[in-house]
Design a protein around this ligand. Structure first.
Ligand SMILES: Nc1ncnc2c1ncn2[C@@H]1O[C@H](COP(=O)(O)OP(=O)(O)O)[C@@H](O)[C@H]1O
Ligand SMILES: O=C(CO)[C@@H](O)[C@@H](O)COP(=O)(O)O
Length: 556
């Protein structure tokens, strides 16, 4: 095999990561992480209203900086780069014009959040998602939810388009199409971003856009016409027809991008997919490994054989799609809408007096900042050192709604069992346990529906940052959890797929054998703790059942 390198790009919620991987060994030679500058300033967001938008320039500028930095770190070796693979958060779609420009790139829309990418965690389209679910109650349309777990979520493509079109006449008039971020980046780099040229990825189309081979593509014209006529009046029908697995190249890099990034003009751009799907590839997932990407939220992927799963409609997950992870296997997706974000909320809450102190004691800014930054680790350690599961409040982890099991973004976090004796660290411990219970509920959603979970692999920021949280997950789930060595498994997966697209390997499983991350640590459950957590989990389930009806529509 030639000495070649592929690049994996991972567009996360806060930053983009680029890594360069040696194809013959899987060795990660160089990497760079760049934060999105506008997002960092909190622009175009309103968390109270659940609005979270990303400006396309945040993606473009950060990607450019990240790749250039990696190319510089590689020096002469950068000429060995043969391909680039892309993954991103999802569903994160944006409106584009006839030339494939996201509308916010045009001067008249430059500061209009509705003309930007609608980030996965933007839940402003709850009503539209409910409308889709109601629409699919009709017998002739019910099957279209079969491949997305039986419930359409406000985190997804069509609900977001319906919402923006309702909100913004100008965007509605100007949009020639809509595209998922993971499909747009490869199309941009390969100059195939005009709507009719975009190669839509199987992953995004199948999990979020109701596309399936079972009904020859998207649902019929009448489905959209009856749902919301804007979708066929202002957008072409069908929006797209064919879809492609990520190992199929979308094209070569354009000469302009090659020059801008310092790359060869022969670099192949592979198809895009969601972060967690690429993460499962990077983690070396085999059929029936449950791969948990644990960060701001969790995204959970399980790959299954077609024979075993095709006619088994798994309810309450985020879809089952042929080829969304590995061609010819079914990729099943699930997840929690908040995991690390729950801890981040507590950190923000506790930081309020510290923020006041910073103003009052400007000379002590640095020390106070250090305390803030170390808050999560010190709370975790303090809780664990003094752990008392008999007096643990039960918390429901639905701070950003519930993605799985059974998507319901109207739900909210619930704290129960607080007493005058509940201290700061114990309350934080209850947040940790609640997120672990949410992860267990997802695992049981699979196993209760005859989808075996043979092993659990964790990747993502928290899997590396917090051994205590990972041990707690193992104890609550009563399963061993393997942690990957790679710090950037999603980007690694994108690099693996890019190596296949460039013809370096014949298939993703073949490439995984050499390039996927090894396991570095295994957390095994403590039998005594697991027993205690069994009782706590049962209480979590009881509180879930009691609490869910309180968040019905009229209560909001
Ligand atoms: N020491 C820690 N313990 C627990 N959670 C942490 C810690 N440090 C960061 N986090 C949480 O991790 C999340 C970020 O995860 P990460 O995987 O790095 O990013 P992303 O989800 O954007 O890919 C944030 O929600 C943050 O609150
Ligand atoms: O929902 C998906 C994929 O479908 C993820 O992109 C989403 O959870 C975002 O992941 P992060 O928590 O930012 O890593």
């Amino acid at each position: 095999m030639k000495d070649v390198i592929s690049i994996g790009l991972d567009f996360g919620s806060d930053s983009v990561r680029a890594i360069a991987v040696e194809c013959k060994s899987g060795y990660e030679i160089a990497s760079e992480v760049i934060n999105y500058p506008r997002w960092k300033k909190n622009l175009y967001c309103n968390s109270v209203k659940n609005i979270f938008r990303h400006h396309p320039l945040d993606y473009i500028e950060s990607m450019e900086q990240a790749i250039i930095a990696v190319v510089q770190k590689l020096g002469e070796k950068s000429q060995q780069i043969v391909s680039i693979g892309v993954d991103s958060t999802a569903s994160t779609p944006a409106p584009i014009d006839q030339d494939g420009n996201v509308l916010a790139l045009r001067p008249e829309f430059a500061d209009n959040p509705n003309a930007m990418f609608v980030l996965w965690k933007d839940h402003s389209s709850i009503k539209e998602a409910e409308k889709i679910n109601q629409h699919c109650q009709q017998e002739e349309y019910a099957r279209y939810l079969d491949t997305c777990g039986g419930i359409y979520s406000s985190e997804w493509f069509w609900a977001k388009i319906m919402h923006i079109f309702k909100e913004d006449e100008k965007v509605k008039q100007a949009a020639a199409s809509w595209v998922e971020l993971c499909d747009w980046v490869p199309s941009l780099l390969s100059g195939t971003n005009a709507p009719q040229n975009i190669k839509r990825g199987r992953c995004a189309a199948g999990h979020k856009s109701l596309w399936s081979e079972k009904w020859d593509g998207l649902p019929p014209y009448e489905f959209f016409q009856d749902l919301d006529s804007n979708l066929v009046k202002h957008l072409p029908y069908p929006l797209f027809t064919d879809t492609y697995t990520a190992d199929i190249p979308v094209g070569k890099i354009t000469p302009e991008w090659a020059k801008r990034l310092g790359l060869s003009k022969d670099v192949i751009i592979s198809g895009g997919a969601f972060d967690c799907h690429m993460g499962a590839i990077g983690a070396g997932a085999k059929p029936y490994s449950l791969v948990e990407v644990i960060g701001t939220s969790t995204c959970v992927i399980l790959v299954a054989d077609k024979d075993r799963i095709e006619d088994n409609i798994v309810q309450g997950i985020c879809g089952q799609v042929d080829g969304s992870v590995i061609p010819d296997y079914i990729g099943l997706e699930a997840g929690q809408s908040a995991f690390g974000d729950v801890y981040a909320w507590y950190q923000r809450l506790l930081s309020w007096p510290l923020e006041q102190l910073k103003k009052e004691l400007p000379d002590n800014q640095e020390v106070i900042k250090q305390v803030e930054n170390n808050l999560l680790n010190s709370l975790t350690e303090h809780w664990y050192k003094n752990i008392d599961l008999d007096h643990l409040p039960i918390t429901l982890d639905w701070f950003n709604g519930r993605r799985t099991p059974n998507a319901n973004q109207r739900l909210k976090g619930t704290l129960t069992g607080i007493t005058l004796g509940t201290d700061t660290a114990t309350l934080f411990g209850s947040l940790i346990v609640s997120t672990a219970c949410g992860a267990r509920a997802i695992m049981e959603c699979f196993t209760n529906q005859n989808v075996p979970v043979n092993s659990i692999i964790a990747i993502g920021g928290i899997s590396k940052k917090s051994p205590i949280i990972m041990q707690t997950c193992a104890d609550v789930m009563n399963r061993s959890i393997e942690i990957c060595e790679s710090e950037q498994c999603c980007a690694l997966g994108a690099a693996i797929v890019a190596a296949v697209a460039a013809g370096i390997y014949t298939s993703i499983p073949e490439a995984q054998k050499t390039m996927a991350s090894p396991i570095s640590t295994i957390f095994t459950p403590d039998p005594n703790r697991s027993k205690q957590y069994q009782t706590i989990y049962e209480q979590y389930v009881q509180w879930s059942e009691v609490s869910e009806p309180q968040y019905n529509q009229s209560a909001l």
